[in-house]
Design a protein around this ligand. Structure first.
Ligand SMILES: Nc1ncnc2c1ncn2[C@@H]1O[C@H](COP(=O)(O)OP(=O)(O)OP(=O)(O)O)[C@@H](O)[C@H]1O
Ligand SMILES: [Mg+2]
Length: 481
């Protein structure tokens, strides 16, 4: 069943209408649509039923004996702030002005008598769907606020909870930290989290990509330079170490740092002193150093591309950021976080993923990790024109991956057949097996199985009978004597 239908059928509608004929007709219409409905005559009754039954929607006549529909709505608003139902006002043609007043006071919509039933049901569905969407967004937010993020990092899988714990502990120390993880796993977020957990949290956080700066400028970039220290060095410049004083400096892609600079950098780590280019004086700096890498530094050491002593100095506090494929439980949370943000930015009411699309994301290994997932959702939001992200909104590589996997399942089927029969099976036997396989896959739903197999349901029943008979024939016969 479609998820929105499923939730809608759980919706409860309370009808407040003293015109019994009209009230019953509306009630019937709602029940026929598969929703739950109750009807009362007065605002007073409505209040007491609403308090215990907690309806999602109150359809109320504006003119009622005693308190009117508007008064009822105001009472509901003050009495039930937590479970406030939506309100749809029904009014006689003459009192439209009052109906408009009720809209201003918070009613979702109003309909004028005589009521067109089709219009009534459309309005009811629209209000309930909107309500459901609000609820889901609230739940998603609840999910995200409920301890599932750590300084902007979404995750509640075991490996991520461990990582959050390590960050808290490491932040209290002073030594350098080496953040290791594949591309797109969130190394920069980890660095920021360490900074925010450390005592220099209100001091600067600077990140520099060691691969992004030309080699001849790196040294001055890090340590600063004196005026005229080299061609183009007009004014003196403070280096990143000095700029980050008392704060944190992230050296991204540390593996790309040239060997010559590695030696100077190691000295800073050891004695906290930097010497600007062209200067004879060293200056003391107090900066928390974080370094990140997506490649195996040990390999680099073996290949003489990375200094061993620097490697060991950084290795004191290693932090491994797990790849996304090792934390499948986080996928739904991340999707919820990205979807809420992206759909909101695009002004679209996208509620979630279809079951199939969700399955595809769980099967795909995400070599580009969280960044790839984020891009996938961003793209899906652009292509999605309805309320649900479906497989066709996902990139071909993800759709294809699932298809290939399913071919794997077919291989399993063939293996099963091969092991069941010593000799090669006949076409008839393969068919029989395949029919069973499809029925099992669809959890015994014969109607769907017949559709998938492209045969009539009657034929399916006959073939299944044949399989069962064949199986009983094959069962060992017990001697009754
Ligand atoms: N746990 C997470 N929760 C929310 N967003 C995340 C998470 N992990 C990563 N991201 C997002 O994914 C993107 C990539 O993260 P980040 O830049 O920190 O990765 P990285 O490991 O530094 O990647 P690279 O090696 O390519 O530099 C960013 O947009 C980041 O906000
Ligand atoms: Mg990065």
């Amino acid at each position: 069943m479609n998820r929105s239908r499923e939730i809608l059928t759980k919706s409860k509608v309370l009808i407040v209408e003293d015109d019994r004929g009209l009230g019953e007709m509306l009630q019937e219409e709602i029940v026929d649509a598969g929703l739950q409905a109750r009807r009362v005559d007065t605002a007073e009754e409505a209040l007491s039923v609403a308090a215990s039954w907690l309806p999602d929607l109150i359809v109320s006549d504006l003119r009622l004996p005693g308190a009117d529909g508007l008064a009822l709505m105001r009472r509901i608003q003050t009495d039930m702030p937590e479970n406030m139902p939506d309100v749809l006002i029904i009014t006689a043609f003459g009192s439209v002005a009052k109906a408009v007043e009720s809209l201003k006071a918070g009613a979702e919509d109003f309909l004028t008598k005589p009521i067109n039933l089709e219009h009534f049901m459309l309005t009811t569905h629209r209000i309930l769907e909107k309500r459901m969407l609000r609820k889901e967004i609230k739940q998603m937010k609840g999910l995200l606020d409920g301890g599932d993020t750590f300084h902007g990092m979404v995750g509640r899988s075991r490996p991520m909870l461990t990582l959050f714990q390590q960050i808290r502990q490491i932040a209290k120390a002073d030594g350098p930290v080496l953040i290791i993880g594949e591309s797109g796993t969130g190394k920069e977020l980890v660095a920021r989290a360490i900074h925010r957990e450390s005592k220099g949290r209100d001091k600067p956080f600077l990140a520099v990509n060691c691969a992004g700066i030309p080699e001849h400028l790196l040294e001055s970039e890090f340590f600063g330079h004196k005026a005229g220290a080299f061609t183009g060095a007009g004014k003196p410049r403070q280096g990143l170490f000095a700029e980050a004083e008392n704060g944190t400096l992230l050296l991204d892609e540390i593996s790309e740092m040239p060997l010559a600079l590695q030696a100077k950098f190691l000295r800073v780590l050891q004695d906290g002193k930097v010497r600007p280019v062209g200067s004879n004086h060293e200056q003391q700096v107090n900066v928390r150093i974080l370094a990140s890498t997506h490649c195996d530094l040990e390999q680099r050491v073996k290949a003489h591309q990375f200094r061993e002593d620097l490697f060991y100095r950084l290795e004191t506090f290693p932090l491994r950021v797990p790849p996304l494929r090792e934390r499948d439980e986080d996928i739904d949370l991340l999707v919820a976080a990205f979807l809420t943000k992206q759909a909101f930015a695009a002004g679209k009411n996208i509620r979630g993923l279809s079951e199939r699309a969700q399955e595809m994301l769980h099967q795909y290994p995400f070599p580009g990790n969280v960044r790839e997932l984020q891009n996938v959702i961003e793209r899906a939001v652009v292509f999605c024109q309805n309320k649900e992200i479906r497989p066709e909104h996902l990139p071909a590589r993800i759709q294809k991956h699932t298809v290939q996997n399913n071919q794997g399942i077919d291989r399993q089927l063939m293996n099963a057949i091969q092991t069941t029969y010593d000799d090669l099976p006949s076409l008839e036997q393969v068919e029989q097996h395949y029919i069973r396989y499809v029925v099992d896959k669809l959890k015994g739903n014969k109607r769907r199985a017949a559709t998938v197999l492209g045969i009539a349901r009657r034929t399916l029943y006959r073939r299944l009978d044949e399989t069962e008979n064949a199986e009983t024939d094959r069962e060992p016969q017990h001697d009754s004597n």
